[in-house]
Design a protein around this ligand. Structure first.
Ligand SMILES: [Zn+2]
Length: 261
């Protein structure tokens, strides 16, 4: 009986380095922004690797990749894991890629050891987690969970005026699956590189988060000026009043127990 899964750190490292060649930058990082030709190249590489490990691929209408390894009991909901292959323009080699390729390493090790799991396993590569090219970030996962509509995601434009939908079709990664099926997972796990230095300062290599960050975006608009002394407060939209209202809202965030940290 196998007591532990024979994962290969060396194979994971080699795959991280091979993926990092796609969009490599002179400083040693990666520029593989979402829905570019390079993103497509990274997706094809992941697909080849996952299929060689016995997975089949489905892609949803927003380009989220689902690479599934069947389980013994098809009535069980999939146990999913993954992250994102897209990067910031000055991104690093690891960020979301580690979460995707660590998941791939699990699938490879199970495949090699001939282990059958009860539930199906699903490796997910979410589209546009970074939000560098199309804002906001976390669009593929957000739409899958019902935070955004598919229509609004597909209509988003980058700084050149290209839409998300047109670029997704152009690189050939618009599938037919319904993103909402991703709400019906048995569990979801994501390994991710820390973005700050809290762990490093604490001398810890790894930790499990007990809460997560969220982001909200504020729009700005020009309002007519009004003289402060003679204008009631409710009319005032001066440069100092609007930010102070925003700051008051930020000081009481809408999640439980929540002060800004
Ligand atoms: Zn990330």
């Amino acid at each position: 009986m196998t007591t532990n899964l024979p994962l290969s750190g060396a194979r994971l490292w080699d795959s991280l380095m091979e993926m990092a060649r796609i969009g490599a930058t002179p400083k040693g990082g990666c520029n593989r922004q979402t829905l570019t030709d390079l993103d497509s190249e990274g997706r094809h590489l992941l697909r080849r690797w996952a299929e060689a490990a016995g997975c089949t691929m489905r892609v949803d209408r927003l380009g989220n990749m689902m690479l599934t390894r069947p389980g013994r009991d098809p009535s069980r909901k999939p146990v999913a894991f993954g992250s994102h292959l897209d990067t910031q323009p000055t991104g690093g080699k690891f960020d979301g890629v580690l979460g995707v390729l660590a998941g791939l390493e699990i699938l490879r090790a199970l495949h090699e050891a001939g282990i059958e799991t009860e539930a199906p396993l699903m490796l997910i590569n979410w589209t546009n987690e970074e939000g560098a090219r199309f804002s906001p970030p976390m669009m593929g996962s957000g739409a899958a969970m019902g935070i955004f509509t598919e229509e609004e995601v597909l209509a988003k434009r980058d700084s050149e005026g290209s839409t998300f939908g047109a670029e997704l079709a152009r690189i050939g990664w618009q599938g037919e699956a319904d993103p909402a099926t991703l709400r019906d997972l048995g569990a979801y796990f994501e390994l991710h590189i820390e973005q700050g230095r809290l762990l490093e300062d604490a001398g810890c290599a790894i930790s499990a988060p007990i809460s997560n960050c969220t982001s909200s975006r504020a729009g700005c608009s020009r309002m007519p000026a009004a003289r402060s002394a003679s204008s009631p407060m409710r009319w005032r939209r001066t440069g100092s009043m609007s930010p102070s209202r925003g700051r008051r809202r930020m000081a009481a965030p809408p999640w439980p127990g929540g002060a800004m940290r």
